[in-house]
Design a protein around this ligand. Structure first.
Ligand SMILES: NC(=O)c1ccc[n+]([C@@H]2O[C@H](COP(=O)([O-])OP(=O)(O)OC[C@H]3O[C@@H](n4cnc5c(N)ncnc54)[C@H](OP(=O)(O)O)[C@@H]3O)[C@@H](O)[C@H]2O)c1
Length: 327
């Protein structure tokens, strides 16, 4: 199986370190290079994570012949440029969530990837966790009857810093794009469909971005998801799916290793599925699997879903009167 993949990382920030850290758990993965806007930062990151090369510009890494796939880990509004450049260079792309800041931008990149026939996927790592697989298995087996009502919350308390990417509108700040995106993707998985309608409310803070938000999505067949996210309060970050004959609860749904099935008339069953390493290895293995199979999209996290989710977030921001300066 042709699953040797030489990875490059664009942007040596916080989450890039986690990505680099998972690669030892992925058979056939090599960290071929890392790129920062500053050579010294790239050098330091490369030394720490045993990357073969360190590049002082994103362009230099994207021009390297010995890089097959690129992980883009810049702030949300800075995803498009390196993603499109990587696609044009024929490199497979795994781009951090949210794929871009609005649907128009997502659509442009998706069209490019499809025209070029180059693999591209939003790094919705939660989709590939063992707990997510277990939940899908239970749902497919009808363990809770018909799934009707999904709920998910992803709230955390970040220290207020108007210059940070969580609060600065120029960096795509706000809870929805940063963590609300997980709740939408998870609801899509729990209800095995894409949403039809969305309505929500948000509290915008002093920098003008959403700090606390609640939103309801409707799905075909009258099914609903009640979701929330925040960057100013902490919560258990749990998800649940209620069906006609039971429910499934997933604590820390976005990174967790436990799920409980409570089927009507039966004792609850809890499974513990610890990550092999840090949890990112599953999405990377999916990229390897897709590349080896000659796929240009992951059937489990297709670009149509990324497009739909961007549309949901656009609609919510429009309802809230939140528009980013670069839009
Ligand atoms: N999957 C997850 O669990 C997860 C968790 C956290 C974040 N994320 C996603 O990953 C992306 C990056 O988040 P992060 O927390 O890693 O951010 P971060 O620590 O601020 O790192 C972002 C990196 O992007 C580069 N960059 C390029 N242009 C920039 C600009 N104008 N301002 C600031 N940095 C710029 C910088 O790298 P150089 O200086 O090296 O060029 C910076 O270190 C976001 O889209 C976020 O949603 C995902």
């Amino acid at each position: 199986m042709a699953n040797e993949v030489r990875w490059g990382i664009v942007g040596c920030g916080g989450i890039a370190a986690k990505f680099a850290g998972c690669l030892p758990a992925v058979e056939g993965a090599t960290l071929a290079g890392v790129a920062s806007r500053q050579q010294a930062k790239a050098d330091e990151f490369a030394a720490k994570h045993s990357a073969e090369r360190a590049y002082g510009s994103y362009e230099a890494l994207l021009a390297a012949d010995d890089v097959d796939a690129v992980y883009v880990a810049t702030p949300h509004p800075m995803h498009d440029e390196p993603v499109r450049a990587a696609l044009r260079a024929g490199k497979a792309v795994l781009c951090e969530k949210p794929f871009s800041i609005n649907q128009e931008r997502v659509a442009e990149t998706v069209a490019l990837a499809r025209d070029l026939g180059v693999f591209c996927m939003e790094a919705m790592w939660t989709r590939f966790l063992p707990t997510s697989g277990q939940v899908r298995e239970w749902l497919a087996a009808g363990a809770i009857g018909e799934p009707i009502l999904a709920s998910a919350n992803f709230a955390f308390r970040a220290g207020f810093d108007p210059a940070s990417r969580l609060f600065d509108p120029d960096l795509g700040g706000g809870g929805l794009l940063d963590v609300g995106v997980y709740t939408i993707a998870y609801a899509n998985m729990l209800l095995s469909a894409l949403p039809e309608q969305v309505t929500g409310l948000a509290t915008l803070g002093e920098t003008g971005v959403d700090e606390v938000a609640g939103y309801v999505l409707s799905y075909p067949g009258g099914r609903l998801a009640t979701l929330s996210c925040a960057v100013r309060v902490s919560s258990p970050q749990s998800a649940r799916i209620d069906g006609t004959a039971g429910r499934i609860e997933i604590p820390n749904f976005w990174n967790g290793s436990r799920a409980t099935l409570s089927a009507e008339g039966q004792e609850p069953v809890t499974v513990e599925l610890p990550h092999d390493l840090n949890g990112f290895e599953y999405e990377v293995r999916e990229v390897h699997r897709c590349l080896a199979a000659g796929l240009t999209e992951s059937p489990a996290m297709p670009l149509d879903e990324t497009l739909a989710t961007a549309g949901v977030m656009d609609a919510l921001r429009q309802q809230w009167g939140l528009r980013y300066p670069m839009e």
